[in-house]
Write a protein that binds this ligand. Sequence first.
Ligand code: GLU
Length: 310
Amino acid sequence: MGELRGRFAPSPSGRMHLGNLFSALLAWLSVRSADGVMVLRMEDLDPDRCKEEYAAQLADDLRWLGLDWDEGYEKGGPHGPYRQSERTQLYAAAFRRLEAQGLIYPCFCTRAERLAASAPHRSDGQVIYGGKCRHLTEEERNELAKTRRPAWRLTVPDRDIAFTDGLQGYYEENLLSDCGDFILRRSDGVYAYQLAVVYDDGAMEVNQVVRGRDLLDSTPRQLYLYELLGLTPPEFYHVPLLTAPDGRRLSKREKDLDMGALRQRFTPVELTGLLGYWAGQLDRPEPVLPKELAQIFDWSKVPREDIIVE
Ligand code: GLU
């Protein structure tokens, strides 16, 4: 591999919290310890949830900790724009490419209909789509289109997709039975995360993706899209999630662990020390600069299992 190109790709749908920062720090350490290039891309596709003020705050919170980036949001670079909301035309072209291969169909099912089909659930709680609209005739489609705007799904084959995650090891899923035909464009016209993230990481020449373990089971779907779009997939490292003592994942709802509260409670070096300790890089949580951690960073010390935060 040539130069390492990593990225942090947050969704600016609220203030960043401890869990997001943990993933961001690991992505940054991995890049900086290898003298690579760091990209910051704002995944602000969902206009109902994402706000520019959250994006600006996010960039400020990263800088406060001492995490910088070489390309991306507020900085520009050769693969811009770096806000997904400004890249719609690019996703549209990728979508048309898949459409031309006959791989996309309109799905008229409502959420209630999908749930009522008592389809099996994935570990992330999503329903595996049973393929009801895959077999509609042209006539049926035209009829349904008179009253409903469809979402658009990718037809997946009955195929196992396997890869080796840098941290979690071997992982395999069957596209049909574990994922089902998945949405590439929502009924309101917004392109789906799966399409946008693959297109962007490919176009931005990202060759290492470090992100939360909750996205491990999206990876086979994404690898399939890389293949269909003729893009080279990156290597993946899915890092542990931070959880509350009762096993719940920390989320943006936990106000006491969002960056506003954390910035009052800790100095940047104290917080980096705590995160570095959880990441297995320090024997105890002691103040440290991110760039000092980068000098000793070692993937083999990062734990695989989720980390309980008291
Ligand atoms: N934008 C996604 C999120 O904030 C992360 C996407 C990724 O890292 O692949 O959950």
